[in-house]
Design a binder for this molecule. Sequence first.
Ligand SMILES: Cc1ncc(COP(=O)(O)O)c(C=O)c1O
Length: 484
Amino acid sequence: MSATHATSEARDAEAVFLRRHPDYEATAALDELRRTDFGRLDHGGHVYLDYTGGGLYADSQLVEHMRMLRENVFGNPHSVNPTSAASTEMLESARARVLEFFNAPPDEYEAIFTPNATGALRLVGEAYPFRTGDRFLLTFDNHNSVNGIREFARARGAETTYVPSAAADLRVDESLLPRYLTDTAGEHHNLFAYPAQSNFSGVHHPLEWIEQAHSHGWHVLLDAAAFVPTNRLDLGRWHPDFVALSFYKMFGWPTGVGCLLARREALAKLERPWFSGGTIVAAFVQRQYYQSAPGAPHFEDGTVNYLNLPAVQIGLDLLDRFGLETIHARVAALGDWLLEAIGEFKHSDGSPAATIYGPRSWEQRGATIAFNFLHPDGRVVDERYVDRVASNHNVSLRTGCFCNPGAGEIAFTISRETLVGGEFGDGMALDDYVRAIGLPSGGAIRASLGLATNFTDIRHFIKFAAEFIDLTHVPSDLPTRTAC
Ligand SMILES: Cc1ncc(COP(=O)(O)O)c(C=O)c1O
């Protein structure tokens, strides 16, 4: 195909796309941002479609962060000297900025800095006052960092219950939810955890569940890690007790900083299992007693990542400059197009060349799409081969189960009996297990969109996907699977 022909074909495709998504043109400022601040993607020939794995930073975020570090002297905030005071001021200003960004009333919420969303989830899990007879309720559709809380619950005698999702949309049957929410144990402590957006299927689970759960006496832990990069979470409107997130997923830089947004009322119920530097006002050795620090510092172990906190403010400012609504509209238009393209992907005999796990229409979902390529006879294309072809095209996708086994078990119709029947024995490799329980592949493919995604990325993805048309077999030298 000649270059001129290819260009005119791209222009035609873009014209069709724009007719279908007239709102997209209002997001043109993000094309300019892509040009000025994400040139490294195009210079390197990258097609980055793993924003749910990690967001990307704009060049200007780094420049501004480095300028602040160069122009100031920051000491450890746990002291009162001038450089410490500068850091403390920066820490408190970052806290206030985070609350402001999420419209969280400061008299209702605290912003606690953690290493990541997992750190925020762990804080809740290890300190929630689970006792015998208490309940931990969570959706099948959860990241392992939420699933892991069941180990704290179990150790303290609380009962864990999972709310199933239903194929093919991978949503919770809403008529079932009240049955779970009304099954509480009276005055006991009850914690309900779910993701605002699935990191597997992109499903948006309703924020209305928060009040529903409150009315039955549950505390609500909202995992917002996959939701907040492209959706507005307004804590003036919704009042979950705990919200977990990682900033690198929102704007790429910095890594190593997350946040637990917690309602003061719920925070007061947590029982930390230890104390450390930073979390106390005083502790003694001869008398084994300590006095906790009030508010957020009680939950911030050791020295917070203070040199990276200015970058959190810079990142939030960037999102505000373009507007989350604009970012949302952009990924919705591009995501809708990608979803449709994957759904309509066919072999030359007309058989489907891909299958989508999760909703196939653009309501109540985010720009994270899980799918598998199919051979013409309906077999799933081995995800390790997809990885290989994607690398050849410089396409960054995620493959596997995305740390969300529950969504995978529903998507691939793996029953409890199958899992109970097939023990993951010591020394077993993941590959042996996949074979033992008869799975057709080691998981799915995930494409996720974000701040810097543009029309050309999706075009390139479609070109890459064409490699799977009429593919009847894959090479036998694929690497061993080591982790899900
Ligand atoms: C929905 C969800 N929750 C929690 C996490 C854990 O985030 P982190 O690894 O930053 O702690 C992730 C990461 O992908 C996620 O997508």
